[in-house]
Design a binder for this molecule. Structure first.
Ligand SMILES: *Cc1c(COP(=O)(O)O)cnc(C)c1O
Length: 423
């Protein structure tokens, strides 16, 4: 197979999303493959941020109801714009909180230990923050996390077997929280099957979509998922610390939120200032306090880009990018002990590629010195995310060429093999 630069040039020429690259600020002369940690700023996000900043300048308190993006409805409006990325109805989605605070809210709302059902099921490969949140929620209920948090184990240290997860759905489990896409290997879990199996056993199930939103299509409502939560600063390009999101299946509308506040209110009643909350009849009920307006503002621009590009086209290009990357690694780096742990098949492969190598920390530093931006995941992972909206096939080719040079010249040996403070 000819994988050379001419092949990449050809794919770039045919790319239906290529014009979006010009909308983003690409750091000078870098090959940015870290959009799954922090997506890049687009001109449209910059514009929507300045627009909202300007409405503060111009309208002061009246910015809540005036201007192009009135702040009082911002969380709902951004939820509406996000819904197509999730296969959800607009009222099922709200932009609020952060991944971790949203998981706290959802666990407080959906975990009601009762009788035999006293346990939460998670997995041993999930991001630490999710596990910390679940453990603290168990403690708040007077339960012992070492007994009541069950973690599905991985057979190979990288991926999870659907059957192993199903086998762990015992009659003691009340709630299941899993990632849609594992943050290291990039494996996509079978949300449809897992939801069906959980519901057969009377268990609620929710997913952390941090690595799937903006990267792959979802059909949350069709699958019947109970809830989901995510951040917006990775594939969605909402900016550092941008506001996260919550999906609530409409079957659960009307349920009281575990953690309430005045923004949980039905919007028409909020300013009645009653001491009895009338919660919103939809996902809006899961908000707590005043929205972080300035941290949500870039999302208007960012989501508009997704509306135009469509998640189907993003996914199609993303699969081609990661496939090309893996094929190049197979062919050009065969002598250098790289182990691709991301799934090869399109059904279960997310939007990034995870390479294991014993010298991963310093290989990442050498790549950065050459202006290729990966991220390092301890102890031995190089994570590369070529992003459909702004990366090119030629960048994939160049990144692998640079990696080959680093390995051939043993250039990575100039660096210490340990991680920086932020990796
Ligand atoms: C990025 C990420 C988080 C981050 O949580 P925040 O509350 O946004 O800091 C949590 N979980 C997963 C799986 C992630 O990928």
């Amino acid at each position: 197979m000819n994988l050379d630069l001419s092949y990449a040039e050809n794919l770039d020429q045919q790319d239906e999303l290529k014009h979006f690259r010009n909308e983003f600020y690409i750091p000078n002369e870098t090959i940015y493959f870290d959009g799954n940690s922090l997506g890049l700023l687009s001109k449209r996000s910059e514009t929507s941020l300045f627009n909202i900043l300007n409405s503060w300048k111009q309208y002061a308190i009246d910015g809540w109801s005036e201007g192009e993006y009135p702040w009082f409805y911002l969380s709902e409006n951004l939820g509406d714009m996000t819904a197509p990325l999730l296969g959800a109805e607009p009222r099922e989605v709200i932009i609020t909180g952060s991944t971790t605070t949203n998981l706290h809210q959802l666990t407080a709302s959906f975990f009601s230990p009762n009788g035999k059902k006293m346990k939460i099921l998670a997995d041993e490969l999930n991001f630490p923050s999710d596990i910390y949140a679940l453990k603290s929620q168990l403690r708040l209920k007077g339960l012992d996390p070492s007994e009541n948090l069950v973690k599905v184990t991985s057979r190979n240290g990288h991926t999870l077997e659907t059957q192993d997860i199903i086998d762990a759905m015992t009659e003691e489990v009340a709630l299941i929280v899993l990632p849609s896409v594992l943050y290291r290997s990039g494996q996509i879990l079978d949300m449809k099957v897992l939801t069906k199996e959980a519901h057969k056993r009377g268990i609620y199930i929710g997913f952390d979509l941090c690595h799937s939103i903006g990267a792959i299509p979802h059909k949350l409502s069709e699958w019947g998922v109970d809830f989901a939560f995510w951040c917006t600063y990775k594939h969605l390009n909402g900016g550092p610390g941008s506001v996260g999101g919550i999906y609530i299946n409409k079957n659960h509308f009307g349920k009281a939120p575990g953690l309430a506040g005045w923004f949980s209110s039905d919007k028409s009643k909020q300013f009645d200032m009653e001491h009895t909350l009338t919660a919103a009849a939809d996902a809006g009920a899961y908000q707590i306090g005043t929205p972080h307006v300035l941290s949500a503002a870039p999302l208007y621009g960012a989501l508009e880009i997704f509306q135009e590009a469509t998640i189907e086209k993003v996914r199609k290009k993303s699969l081609l990018l990661t496939e090309y990357l893996m094929n190049l690694v197979d062919e050009k780096l065969i002598d250098y002990q790289f182990n691709i742990v991301s799934p090869r098949d399109e059904e279960t492969r997310g939007a990034h590629v995870f390479l294991e190598h014993p010298e991963a920390a310093r290989i990442c530093k050498a790549l950065k010195a050459h202006k290729v931006i990966p991220d390092f995941r301890a102890p031995n992972g190089v994570r590369l995310a070529p992003v459909a909206l702004y990366n090119t096939f030629q960048e994939v080719w160049h990144a692998v060429r640079i990696l080959v040079e680093i390995m051939e010249e043993k250039e990575y040996k100039k660096f210490e093999n340990e991680r920086g403070v932020i990796a």
